[in-house]
Design a protein around this ligand. Structure first.
Ligand code: UD1
Length: 379
């Protein structure tokens, strides 16, 4: 235990790791001493281990090892295990990122013990409570003490929900810090060439949301879309474990694997994935992070969901939300292939320095001497 200025930084699932990496790096050089807590919500080499190596994150200080389960089981296991750790160590605050079950469960555990929580990526709302992440965001933001916001809509949503201005801070996007740092290395890997793909001439696909992959009829329509797209240009699809399980269960895995032009892969590491995204003509996704990354990269992105909690990727970035009807993707795909997709514009605070603003806000609120966070303009 590092005394009362020790700060927990919580990560649990794949999209958390690229968010904690830059915060850890900056905090490590400042007055607060960070302690990395990995809940073990994701535990596979491909979903966790490779990210630690790709992003240069040291072994977690604490590993809770909760594993998979239903939402109730998983949340309960994280809550109990993290509470036990908090009682023993009592950090000055817990910093949580994103919107996964670990984010919400650790928030609950901490606030019940009177330990303040800072939420990185606060205020995002899809206004769709059928999404597990929306429930996690609502609970986390209601209970958090310091709300660190990544895009303009975050501030508006929190104010509308009655959160006091003094607790909200626009810091920008820490995931873009990681992207900026890793992009040269990702390009140098040459994954596109290794897979024999034409530079700028393939589609990159990620799909894992329960709303897309858990319904066999919808999954079949998505598989048809990808099969037909493969006839137009190569389609690269690293398959999330949840999606792999569902494709197998519905017999669609074979159909998709044998579709001409479609390349199914195991989940990729951060750098390989970024290298492919940066070299793609088009990205099809239901991930939140990928909408942001493609916006920064200027790569056309079609989001296969009815909504997005990241509207700045649509207003300033390269993202278009396809909507409920999967087939509506076709005219949008044609636009991209004809070179008519909108170009993105810079987004405030998506500049590679968000973690510095996070660290300054944390030091100001929980101790230490970092200067207050800077202006919200891009650097
Ligand atoms: C979780 C997050 C989601 C995030 C996604 C990124 C919640 C509610 N959802 O969804 O917001 O976008 O991570 O991946 O927190 N599995 C493995 N190995 C692992 C982890 C999971 O094989 O290391 C398999 C298990 O069969 C598990 C399934 O994947 O049941 C789903 O994992 P889970 O953590 O429940 O949710 P995700 O769909 O990954």
């Amino acid at each position: 235990m590092n005394g009362e200025r020790a700060l927990d930084l919580v990560a649990g699932a794949r999209p958390n790791f690229m968010k904690v990496a830059p915060i850890l790096r900056v905090l490590g050089a400042g007055p607060l001493s960070p302690r990395l807590v990995h809940t073990g919500q994701h535990y596979d080499e491909g979903m966790s281990g490779v990210f630690f190596r790709d992003l240069g994150i040291a072994e977690p200080d604490v590993y809770l090892g909760v594993g998979s389960g239903s939402h109730g089981q998983q949340t309960a296991r994280i809550l109990a295990a993290y509470e036990e750790h908090l009682v023993r160590t009592r950090p000055a605050a817990a910093v949580v990122v994103g919107d996964v079950n670990s984010t919400m469960a650790c928030t609950l555990a901490a606030v019940k013990l009177g330990i303040p929580v800072a939420h990185v990526e606060a205020g995002l709302r899809s206004f769709d409570r059928t999404m597990p992440e929306e429930i996690n965001r609502l609970v986390t933001d209601t209970l958090a003490d310091l709300l660190l916001v990544s895009e303009p809509a975050g501030e508006e949503n929190l104010r509308r929900e009655g959160i006091a201005d003094g607790r909200i801070r626009y810091v920008g996007n820490v995931m873009i810090d990681t992207l900026v740092r890793e992009l040269p290395g990702a390009r140098a890997l040459g994954v596109t060439e290794r897979l024999g793909l034409p530079a700028g001439g393939f589609a990159y696909v990620t799909l894992h949301r329960p709303s897309n992959v858990d319904d066999p009829a919808r999954l079949a329509r998505l598989a048809n879309l990808l099969g037909a797209l493969g006839a137009r240009l190569p389609v690269v699809f690293p398959v999330h474990p949840r999606t792999r399980e569902r494709l197998r269960g519905t017999g669609l895995e074979g159909q998709l694997a044998s579709a001409p032009g479609v390349l199914l892969l195991e989940p990729l590491g951060y750098r390989e994935s970024l290298g492919l995204m940066a070299g793609a003509r088009l990205v099809l996704t239901d991930s939140g992070g990928v909408q942001e990354e493609t916006s920064y990269l200027g790569v056309p992105c079609l989001t296969l969901r009815p909504n997005t909690e990241r509207p700045v990727t649509v207003s300033l970035g390269t993202n278009v939300v396809v909507g409920e009807e999967i087939e509506r993707a076709w005219p949008l795909i044609e636009e991209v292939l004809a070179g008519r997709h909108k170009a993105g514009r810079p987004i405030p605070g998506w500049d590679g320095h968000a973690a510095e603003r996070v660290a300054a806000a944390l030091a100001e609120r929980y101790g230490g001497q970092n200067r207050p966070a800077g202006p919200r303009d891009p650097g």
